[in-house]
Design a protein around this ligand. Structure first.
Ligand SMILES: [Zn+2]
Length: 141
């Protein structure tokens, strides 16, 4: 491949900080990671999991997830499922009926088929059909 070089090549700039959140990079191991670990991608991963094709949690907008992360109500997806009414209604711009609706949507997400849970967790290779094959719905037989 060396023969493909044109002389225009520039050195690859190695980032000093995490390109996603700007925090430091943990270089103690071969594979570098953001010092925040999974927290770095918490917003993106929770928003994805709550999406319509995954757990379909209606009323859980990205801004709401960010608010929950900022206030320490949740740190990961699992924390959503132990939230109670008083915690959610304590959030800014959250009313009684929207709290009740959101809790119902979170509750409903608990009975999503296992294939959607796999997808929500971002298990590699789990598109729309693979999880269905891996975790088929129980048949009546
Ligand atoms: Zn980061």
């Amino acid at each position: 491949m060396v023969h493909l070089r044109t002389g225009e090549e520039r050195p690859v700039a190695i980032p000093d900080v995490c390109p996603n959140c700007g925090k430091a990079i943990d270089k103690s191991q071969e594979r570098w990671r953001c010092v925040q670990g999974r927290k770095c991608y918490a917003l993106a991963s929770i928003a994805y999991a709550a999406g319509r094709d995954q757990l379909d949690i209606e009323g859980l907008a990205k801004s709401r997830i960010q608010q929950m992360l900022d206030t320490g109500l949740i740190a990961d997806l699992g924390d959503l499922f132990s939230l109670v009414h008083e915690q959610i209604i304590g959030l800014d711009r959250m009313g009684d009926s929207s709290t009740t609706k959101l809790l119902a949507a979170i509750e409903a997400a608990k009975s999503q088929p296992l294939s959607r849970v796999f997808r929500a967790l971002g298990v590699r290779g789990t598109g729309r059909s693979m999880p269905r094959d891996t975790a088929p719905r129980r048949s009546a037989s």
